[in-house]
Design a binder for this molecule. Sequence first.
Ligand code: 7TS
Length: 419
Amino acid sequence: MSSVNPLQHEAGRGLDIQAIRRQFPVLAQTVNGNPLVYLDNGASAQKPEAVIDAELRCYREYYANIHRGVHSLSQRATTEFEAVRGKVRTLLNAPSEKEIVFTRGTTESINLVAYSFVEPRLQAGDEILITAMEHHSNIVPWQILCERTGAKLVVVPISDAGEFSLDDVESRLTPRTRIVSLLQVSNALGTVNPVREVARLAHARDIPVLVDGAQSAPHMPVDVQELDCDFFAFSAHKLYGPSGVGVLWGRQELLQAMPPWQGGGDMIRTVSFEKTEFAEPPARFEAGTPNIAGVIGLGAAVDWFLALDPAAVAAHEADLLAYASEQVGGIPGVQLIGNAEKRAGALSFIMTDAHPHDIGTILDGYGVAVRAGHHCAEPVMRRYGIPATARASFAVYNTRQEVDRLVAAIHKVRELFGG
Ligand code: 7TS
């Protein structure tokens, strides 16, 4: 982290949000005649110049395939690509960069753990523990495994506020539990979960823990050693980086004991028709040519994010979320969904007379981009007996003025629907 950062005001005065905004070309546009208010960051965040430039530079100056060329371009591309592991190691405070596996995103990272770590250990009657607020990517891979092996998916329930209790976790940990897999921050409710405490309960029974960090890594400092989890997954595109790239961090001794899950080039030591020897992690899990420029873009995103200071980002977004909860929650006919004591990132709401899709469409008419739907968390919607919500989700470049624009646009929805 640089000690002098032009994007930060004097120490203690927070971030210079206007300076940050100027780094995002996409934000400086009008949508339907209004300045864009981008509040769909939970789905994907916009990209700063630093990330766009890093990808462009790769293609313009030194692009080549990695790990296999003796020529200079390939060596440069390999060096730049491999340097990203160190940056991600710093982001997560992981013990070693050998524990950083590049994937296509959170979804692929979870599938990798499911097929390479859990499935070989899974027998009929074994259990996989998740929570009732998971994204589909932390439900469906486990269901497929259960279908194949006769194992059982066990779900920790959530309260009306959108929280689970540690007692409910503990009472569902059994001698048959093979993994606990949970998100750190809910994309649908914004709930911040006590993953460290869950890990403590699980580890007391020698049960490994996977943390879905898709919505935590972009919004708060993450320290996998402090969380004491065994695997941590996140996506670059939600952290101001490119889409199609993500990370699985895993404890070295676990990765080392895991078989490959895909075979191909780059993940082997030697190949003959009689026998193939696999490479050590992380290469063992990175078969084929990866998204080279994308990983390099992730590296630029991590550098950019760390230079802001994740704690400062968290503080700014906490202010926005508190302000938005108060302002949006105060509009007659609006009901907030999810009221956990600790929340980050997202504000879900419904309105008495307007369907979330209508809300989303009308807000777009005023240049305000929110997500409407089940947010790939259908069981969460079912828990509240609703088909969908409208969701405003925040990034470091959002402002209170943009929240005011959101609120004004919601009032227009009320007028139209006679609320
Ligand atoms: N886990 C959580 C908690 C998420 O929010 C998402 C994406 C994923 C996993 C999957 O990430 P991917 O990069 O592999 O697709 N969430 C959302 C969302 O809330 N709206 O669009 C995507």
